[in-house]
Design a protein around this ligand. Structure first.
Ligand code: 1GP
Length: 255
């Protein structure tokens, strides 16, 4: 029984949120990179003050490719490596933790409970720390929405997202992720974030999808996001460090 509760990475994230006001996570999509490039991006991201590396994608086919990217990242940085799996292929023994996530607004039970059941014994065997997370897809939803059979919640229906988030809280999920979809034209609007924050007042609120600059990230944090995820900007920006510095600087309290 004494083993039940928060693990090391979750405690680290929560402490950092308390200290800094919010945490930034750098998302690496293994399909869009290779071990060498991932190392370069992660080293720059760590220097810029990102809190952890998230690793995963919706359409990943090869776990051996994921293994080689993850192993290289682990060798190169000291911040935690957290998995953000889109399917069974997204589990690697080189990770410290995993967003053990359920896609709450999927029409397909595979994505809210079956794939988790299939993955669970591997997560245990590799001693990966599971962080329970309710995943809610909004707006246009992107690839995650399509692959996950999601019924994305429209931005003008924030109260629906808030109810899903509160249900996740009552089901014991300690994190809720509002996802606009990778590369989304429109990120989750601040008024949606604040409605969800007011209702689900005990969860760590993660927001991602379409965030490309410090101003947007800061608005999301002011509306109640605790964690900001950005992925596409590290794929497309030459000066990754500069861009991430700007975002991390804007979301940290008193900076
Ligand atoms: C996608 O929320 C993440 O799952 C990050 O989105 O790639 O648009 O930063 P971007």
């Amino acid at each position: 029984m004494e083993k039940i509760g928060m693990g090391r990475v979750e405690k680290y994230l929560k402490k950092k949120i308390l200290e800094d006001g919010a945490v930034h996570l750098t998302l690496i999509d293994p399909e869009k990179t290779n071990p060498k490039n991932a190392e370069k991006v992660c080293v720059e991201a760590e220097k810029a003050g990102t809190g952890a590396i998230l690793l995963g994608g919706s359409t990943l086919g090869s776990t051996s490719h994921l293994d080689s990217v993850a192993e290289q990242i682990k060798k190169s940085v000291s911040i935690p490596l957290i998995l953000f799996p889109g399917n069974l292929t997204g589990v690697t023994r080189f990770a410290d933790a995993m967003f053990f996530m359920s896609l709450l607004n999927s029409l397909n039970p595979y994505f809210f409970i079956d794939v988790q059941a299939l993955a669970s014994s591997t997560v245990k065997m590799y001693n990966i720390e599971p962080i329970p997370l309710g995943y809610i897809i909004m707006g246009s939803g992107g690839a995650a929405g399509f692959v996950g059979y999601a019924r994305p919640i429209p931005y003008n229906r924030a109260e629906i997202a808030a109810r899903y988030a509160l249900a996740a809280q009552y089901l014991g999920m300690r994190f809720v992720y509002l996802e606009a979809g990778s590369g989304a034209e429109k990120p989750v609007p601040p008024e949606v974030i604040s409605t969800v924050r007011r209702e689900a007042d005990k969860v760590v609120l993660v927001v991602g999808g379409g965030i490309r600059d410090g101003k947007t990230a800061e608005k999301a944090v002011k509306a109640g996001a605790n964690i900001i995820v950005t992925g596409t900007i590290v794929e497309k920006t030459d000066s990754v460090g500069k861009k991430l510095n700007e975002i991390v600087g804007r979301i940290r309290r008193n900076v």
